[in-house]
Ligand binder design. Structure first.
Ligand SMILES: [Zn+2]
Length: 277
């Protein structure tokens, strides 16, 4: 089937309309090279915009999966933390306000985060293709506001056995000079297959030869507390998306080697969502 026919006509017209109004995109060739052209023809089956949220406890590998899923689905990753940091760098009015708050140890309030998020969501790539949002929402009120701005297609919740998370966190080492991370935990039992990420020479950074150390906040007590805080914070959001039939849980078993299975599962879940509509 020719590619162009598999784009739903309504989508195509709306893209053309945007195209006609956009001064940034001047020719059809440029447009074809640019955003809406999928990397992989199979992605044309995807509902667009494809709005994914990714959740998971610290240490589950959320960032790693997010970086890899985003090109696979041809959607940008949006992290509110990055948006805040970028705004501070810009030294805009909001940026200066946010810097003052964070320097005084305060939390950036919902309204500011929302403003930054809305601005990012209104950019062309996100409106056409969708996005993968990481680290947000953290509260049901934020999930509700996000639903109002851009309804989430699917919330991907990555889980991993608690004891394994603790074991992995305790085995983390970081180069004290360049910050490169390593992991000494060798978790290969049952259906888990997570080999360690060792330096070539014991206790020595591969990149700069620096000494590998344990971060001060990687004690068992702090790790367990961090995970408990995450659970308490996340459970209401998990329930919120589950009630809407938009939650997809995925147990991490092999780290980044789970990517293929995770991708297929997201695709089949999206298909089910489409059929429901
Ligand atoms: Zn180093």
């Amino acid at each position: 089937m020719p590619l162009i026919q598999s784009i739903r006509p309504c989508q195509f017209v709306s893209v053309l309309k945007r195209h006609a109004h956009s001064s940034a995109i001047k020719t059809r060739t440029q447009w074809l090279k640019d955003p809406f052209k999928p990397v992989n023809p199979s992605l044309l089956d995807m509902p667009r915009p494809l709005n994914l949220a990714i959740m998971g406890a610290p240490g589950v590998g959320k960032g790693t999966f997010a970086t890899r899923l985003s090109p696979l689905f041809d959607i940008p990753t949006i992290s509110t933390g990055d948006l805040i940091r970028a705004e501070i760098k810009l030294e805009s009015a909001i940026g200066r306000e946010v810097r003052e708050i964070t320097e005084n140890g305060g939390l950036v309030d919902d309204e500011i985060v929302m403003k930054l998020l809305e601005k990012r969501l209104n950019q062309r790539d996100a409106t056409l293709k969708g996005f993968l949002i990481d680290g947000y929402p953290r509260r049901v009120s934020q999930a509700e506001t996000l639903a109002y701005l851009r309804p989430i297609s699917l919330a991907v919740y990555l889980t991993l056995d608690r004891e394994i998370l603790v074991e992995k966190a305790l085995a983390r080492r970081v180069c004290e000079d360049c910050g490169t991370g390593y992991n000494l935990a060798d978790i290969r039992r049952g259906h888990y297959d997570m080999p360690p990420l060792l330096p070539k020479q014991p206790n020595k950074c591969d990149k700069c030869g620096g000494k590998l150390v344990t971060r001060a906040d990687d004690t068992e007590e702090i790790i367990r507390n961090r995970l408990a805080v995450y659970d308490a914070e996340t459970q209401p959001i998990v329930d919120y998306y589950r009630k809407q039939g938009k939650l997809m849980e995925f147990e991490v078993k092999k780290g980044v080697k789970d990517l293929e299975e995770l991708t297929q599962l997201i695709k089949s879940n999206l298909k089910k969502q489409q059929q429901k509509q």
